[in-house]
Design a protein around this ligand. Sequence first.
Ligand code: MG
Length: 257
Amino acid sequence: MYGVVTGEVDEHGQPADDTVVVALAGDPLYVGVKLLDQEHRLEDVRLLAPVLPRSKVIGIGRNYAAHAAELGHDLPSEPLMFLKPNTSVVGPGDPIFYPRQTRDLHYEGELAVVIGRICRDVPPEQATDVIYGYTVANDVTARDLQKSDVQFTRAKGFDSFCPLGPWIETDLDPQAFVDGVRVQTHLNGDVRQDGTTADLIFDIPTLVAHVSSVMTLLPGDVILTGTPEGVGPMEVGDEVEVSIAGIGTLVNKVAQR
Ligand code: MG
């Protein structure tokens, strides 16, 4: 069931104590927002992934200069795109499964853009018209397979490799990302990534224009905007937390597959 989460989220990605969820009739991406007379406290509900992409998750690689440098790459001259299957999506609190095929499973905390309507060839200046909102993502990556395979499909595509959530922020001025929104990743409580969207090489309108010049975007499709520096390994039992100021905090644990 879908719902509207009310209230503000602070600069650490934490919601206010009095946050409630108002139930909706149907999926708002397809039927619009139809409020039901049914309200729950946030702590009483179990959140699922806020969107199941109808067709695709598009990842953008090396979109922060310091992250490209830490992996030993030059800066891309245009956005580097890859796909994650929609079957990789899981929600807040769901396990990230450690596949037996890798020995180097990495977190990548990222801002995610959720598309709200079918579109193609979107000019950058109209990008916000097709954006439904923003959420938090972990672009989980098998780093060893990313290096050994020519394509990213396996390294980025295992089930549970795309945690999304905890919800979609639909009321955010996109100028905030230009000014700089903090993106942080904690592993077992220790800060590992601390970036700002002000450092994005290609900004969100540029990404929407670029991706939609290649493939039609459908409602519920998701664009991952890239990860700041500080990527690193996770082990079974680790808790990984990605926070974006004003949007939310996404927490998942790594489990044996
Ligand atoms: Mg990434």
